[in-house]
Design a protein around this ligand. Structure first.
Ligand code: 13P
Length: 253
């Protein structure tokens, strides 16, 4: 196993009211609140962030947001900025999730600013990349990943590159129950690592790269055992305390 610290994040997406988020974090804390050997992260919707941060304070669970604007303030109706997140002790942020790219007009150009902005502001960015089913079938997976990784990391100072977390999420595997085979996941993630090594060899060796897409307790072990996979970005299975805790335990093994 590498000496990269394992990282398990639950992306709650647009699920859970404040009361429900509170209930979920209260169920999670006794199960994963004292885990010291894996980074355990939950990503609730904006409105629940404050409540979840307050509940998780003093535990090992870190709270990340699901998106952030690249500017600190301004006329950007409906957006939330880095200083607003750090003010309430949010520790990081998912950037470039495929749902935001596909459904909400997120662009590589904005991500080029968002990733370094997050780092400057004291937030750990999880940069999401991944190909569609069509792109995989056309043999365009590597081209897509190269483009997304290069755009997303281009403006990150070399000495901070290793702090970025990258999540490889094949779009065809998200919410479909169709999980990447270990070979597909390992190949894509090793390719992403090589791209980061292309920016800086040492950073590429240190950067954590996650797998995401229909990861569940029953397939977590084989994916987390792959040499270049350092953790997971979990959607559906993170909405249930028991199954998320089982995935965290699997990462510790
Ligand atoms: P699922 O685990 O529900 O497939 O979602 C993955 C994901 O998009 C995490 O960001």
């Amino acid at each position: 196993m590498s000496d990269r610290r394992r990282f398990i994040a639950g992306n709650w997406k647009m699920n859970k009211t404040i009361a429900e988020a509170e209930e979920l974090v209260q169920a999670l804390l006794p199960r994963v609140g004292a885990v010291e050997d894996v980074d355990v992260v939950v990503c609730p919707p904006y409105l629940s962030l404050q409540a979840v941060v307050d509940s998780a304070r003093g535990s090992a669970v870190q709270v990340y947001a699901q998106n952030m604007h690249e500017q600190d303030a301004g006329a950007f109706t409906g957006e939330v900025s880095a200083p607003m997140l750090t003010e309430i002790d949010v520790a990081g942020v998912i950037l470039g999730h495929s749902e935001r790219r596909q459904l909400c007009g997120e662009t590589d150009r904005a991500l080029q600013l968002k990733v370094p902005k997050a780092l400057e502001s004291g937030l750990i960015p999880i940069l999401c990349v991944g190909e569609t089913e069509e792109e995989r079938e056309r043999g365009d997976t590597e081209r897509k990943l190269r483009h997304q990784v290069q755009e997303g990391l281009e403006k990150v100072p070399k000495e901070r590159l290793h702090e970025v977390v990258v999540a490889y999420e094949p779009i065809w595997a998200i919410g479909t129950g169709l999980v990447a085979t270990p070979e597909q996941a390992q190949d894509a993630i090793a390719f992403v690592r090589a791209l980061v090594q292309g920016f800086d060899k040492e950073a590429g060796n240190r950067v954590r790269i996650l797998y995401g897409g229909s990861l569940k307790p029953d397939n977590a072990a084989e994916l987390l055992a792959l040499p270049d996979v350092d953790g997971a970005l979990v959607g559906g299975a993170s909405l249930d305390a028991e199954s998320f805790a089982t995935i965290v335990e699997t990462a510790r093994a």
